[in-house]
Design a protein around this ligand. Structure first.
Ligand SMILES: *Cc1c(COP(=O)(O)O)cnc(C)c1O
Length: 390
């Protein structure tokens, strides 16, 4: 006989914490206990919890219209697409409900482009430590044993290269390669940034062979690094970009942005989504983009990032037995640990500070971009106390 199952499929090892409300960078339990949140729901609540403008936008849209399907014109979707096209390299946008659906469309777009070009380009290059979501395509793309074990046969057409190995990349990037898909800063992989010269070099290599360059900015995009998208720091653009997490501020929303060349094959009937880009999601997304692109917002992210980085460097210096180094950009920061990262996450939780473990023994700090300087000071003090108890 099979063991009894809980009503929720047990695919997560959850903390016992149960939150009833959120305010800015704080999560609050039913009994009023407050936790300082440096997780933002894994980089999703980019404007914090219960941001008044997002609550008002969602409430207004909820009273007017929730859903009509993509059979009809959706003004909120057009507005959001216009805002994203105006603020980025992209000529066009398609909206999804999640990051993994964005990855699926990006893969389809790449394949269709080369199909229509009449060239056989069977391979998409990806990188060790990558995370593109949990769909069959996204796990095949990332290729790690942890995500793919037991789920074969895997979708063919991906080749995973070591992270940061220029020679391997140069050798692999021939004219059978359809695209290179990469996170400018790996999130789940342990906050591993690709240095700006590498991003530029990657663009050059793709241009030499015609391969499409696909950036997965699901975690590092939407203001997280102090620019609207992380690749902007390198002064180059991808052909296709995956967006999700922060763009909905907590409402499920993702997008694929593409330039005209990459999107040529995606004509009527080639792709679709019932929910994707519905009025509720797009009204919220447009408000998020409006707030993030308002003058001063991203400068403020960079200023707070400086404060946080400086504090973390000091923390590493004062606890060299626990922390090894700080890495990342903006408010996407990772502390590489010498003690098991999960022990440190638990010790921080005991001090009512929430952080996220990542691969490579890193703890991730992804505070709301709206976190105050005082809350950063408080978070650093709690992390210091947590480290002292270990
Ligand atoms: C979270 C994440 C995804 C998957 O997004 P979901 O919304 O969970 O499907 C894809 N890529 C990156 C870089 C992510 O961090």
């Amino acid at each position: 006989m099979n063991a009894p199952l809980p009503p929720l499929l047990p695919t997560y090892n959850r903390s016992p914490l149960r939150f009833a409300r959120g305010e800015g960078a704080w999560l609050i339990e039913e009994d009023g206990t407050r936790y300082l949140d440096l997780t933002s729901g894994i980089g999703v609540n980019a404007l914090g919890h219960a941001h008044p403008a997002l609550v008002a936008t969602l409430t207004d849209q909820a009273q007017a219209l929730w859903h009509v399907s993509n059979l009809y014109q959706i003004p909120a979707q057009e507005n959001l697409a216009q805002a994203l096209v105006g603020a980025t390299f992209a000529d066009t946008a398609f909206f999804t409900n999640s990051g993994t659906e964005a990855a699926e469309l990006a893969i389809k777009m790449v394949r269709k482009y080369w199909h229509d070009a009449g060239e056989s380009r069977p391979t998409i290059l990806t990188f060790e430590g990558a995370f593109h979501g949990r769909s069959t395509g996204a796990i095949a793309a990332a290729g790690s044993d942890k995500m793919t074990h037991g789920f074969g046969p895997l979708m063919p057409g991906f080749r995973t290269l070591p992270w940061g190995d220029h020679d391997a990349l140069r050798a692999a990037l021939d004219d059978t390669v359809a695209a290179v898909m990469i996170e400018p800063i790996q999130g789940e992989g342990g906050i591993r940034p690709l240095p700006e010269p590498c991003l530029k070099g990657l663009r050059d290599l793709c241009d030499q062979t015609g391969a499409l360059l696909v950036f997965d900015e699901v975690q590092c995009g939407m203001g997280r690094t102090g620019r609207l998208f992380a690749h902007e720091w390198a002064g180059i653009s991808p052909d296709i970009m995956l967006v999700a997490k922060g763009i909905g501020g907590g409402f499920p929303l993702g997008a694929v942005l593409a330039n005209a060349r990459a999107a040529t094959g995606m004509t009527a009937g080639t792709h679709g989504s019932t929910y994707g880009g519905n009025p509720l999601a797009c009204a919220v997304g447009a408000k998020v983009v409006e707030i993030m692109t308002a003058p001063g917002f991203l400068d403020d992210v960079s200023r707070k990032a400086g404060q946080m980085r400086q504090g973390l460097e000091a923390l590493v210096a004062s606890h060299p037995d626990i922390f090894e180094l700080v890495r990342g950009k903006g408010l996407m920061l990772g502390l590489k640990c010498r003690k098991p990262n999960t022990d440190i996450v638990r010790a921080a939780e005991a001090r009512h500070l929430l952080t996220v473990p990542a691969a490579d023994n890193v703890i991730r700090l992804l505070p709301p971009l709206t976190i105050t300087s005082d809350d950063i000071t408080e978070a650093l003090a709690r992390l210091d106390k947590a480290a002292s108890t270990l």
